[in-house]
Design a protein around this ligand. Structure first.
Ligand SMILES: *Cc1c(COP(=O)(O)O)cnc(C)c1O
Length: 389
């Protein structure tokens, strides 16, 4: 027996454990101080009524012989695939139902898709980055190169023809920076991929946060993208499904064998998302569901605005926040990410995420999220103002 030694090449992630340790130590020493956490990358508002009702009905169906369902199609039920197909049609993207694959979330699919690609591919990831893209490729032993996302390019790197890559990760709106590509910006990547016979793995987990009609929700809004891109999306951030688990991946027929290969991979290694959960996800696309998820998204958007306005008042430079739940701020006075973390924890008991944890270009930056409660967000910003202004 030999182990997969690639696992020993993974860097231990100390980010969230270090944060927890520092917070626990502070709180033990100062039990009277109320700590506000704006570092969370998880939603906090509950599932909306339409989703809950749809899942309740589905539970009832499962308890009755005539409507009970056993194994479903591994790639998802038609009712959900059709709802997603119609959602894309609104963005003028025409998909066939068998180009859509339902899964238990974007994270699993982002990792699993790598089954379809040879080890001998060069992977391009932006720095800073969602760590999943990096670690899944390290586990497979693939070569990874980084492209700098920084202040100079507004955290939206453009392709560089001198860099040769086969698999390219793009996340827009971005976690952790909140940056969003325009259609023109994405077009450059699509052209690069087509010219270099590369594939783009496009993570659209935060597409629902976009409110500007000119910004692309899907990479397929860009001409040619069906020939070079796989898109991953999820109900996690859109509709609060982080604990319920449902997402989808689009593998266009224009990508040739990849569509059939993914179908084969999923039917072999995956047995589908629970019927009850798929009914809940379907309800997200109903008129009632849409209204309700917008109410929740607006709550997060308003939190983001409160944070953004405060940073502006304090003269702190930041990115994102407008079309994403993440506000990526530049630490004032050239403080390092961790110094700023300590500064906020010690002085105002506000917890965020040091940017350095997302890659070397994250050093000197700090991520705040709009997923907290309104009350806590307001209180945290009041404290920040009194500290900085
Ligand atoms: C939260 C998140 C996802 C969604 O993951 P799920 O597995 O669907 O919950 C995907 N990509 C990024 C960048 C995320 O932050």
């Amino acid at each position: 027996m030999k182990l997969n030694e690639n696992y020993s090449n993974l860097k231990e992630s100390y980010l969230f454990s270090t944060i927890a340790k520092k917070v626990n130590e502070f709180s033990a020493a100062h039990p009277d101080k109320k700590i506000i956490r704006l570092g969370i990358g998880d939603v906090t508002l509950p599932l909306c009524k339409a989703v809950v009702n749809a899942m309740k009905s589905a539970v009832e169906e499962m308890g009755v012989q005539s409507t009970f369902r056993g194994y479903g199609p591994e790639q998802g039920y038609d009712f959900l695939k059709n709802a997603i197909k119609n959602y894309y049609a609104e963005k003028n993207v025409s998909l066939a139902p068998d180009e859509i694959f339902i899964s238990d979330g974007a994270k699993s699919d982002l990792g699993n898709i790598l089954d379809l690609f040879d080890k001998d591919n060069t992977v391009l990831v932006p720095d800073p980055v969602y760590p999943v893209y990096v670690d899944t490729n390290i586990m497979a032993g693939r070569k990874i190169i980084y492209i700098n996302a920084n202040e100079e390019n507004d955290f939206l790197p453009a392709p560089d023809e001198s860099i040769k890559a086969d698999i390219i990760y793009i996340c827009s709106p971005n976690n952790p920076t909140g940056a969003v590509y325009t259609k023109e910006g994405l077009k450059k990547w699509v052209d690069y991929a087509l010219n270099n016979n590369a594939i783009i793995l496009f993570d659209a987990a935060y597409e629902a946060f976009i409110t500007d009609a000119t910004l692309p929700h899907s990479i397929y809004e860009i001409e040619g993208a069906k020939n070079c891109a796989i898109e991953f999306c999820s109900f996690s951030k859109t509709a609060g499904f982080t604990g319920t688990r449902c997402g989808y991946t689009v593998v266009p027929h224009a990508l040739g064998r990849l569509n059939k290969m993914w179908l084969r991979r999923q039917t072999t290694k995956f047995n589908g998302v629970p019927y009850i959960v798929q009914r809940g996800a379907e309800a997200v696309f109903t008129e009632e569901g849409r209204k309700e998820i917008q109410t929740n998204l607006n709550y997060y958007r308003e939190n983001a605005k409160i944070i953004a306005d405060t940073l502006t008042e304090c003269g702190i430079k930041f990115f994102g926040g407008k079309f994403s739940p993440y506000i990526w701020l530049k630490c004032p006075n050239n403080m390092s990410s961790w110094d700023f973390f300590d500064y906020l924890l010690t002085n105002i008991q506000v917890v965020g995420t040091p940017g350095e944890g997302f890659g070397k270009n994250g050093e000197g930056f700090f991520r705040l999220t709009s997923f907290g409660s309104r009350e806590n967000t307001i209180e945290a910003m009041k404290r920040l103002k009194s500290l900085i202004k």
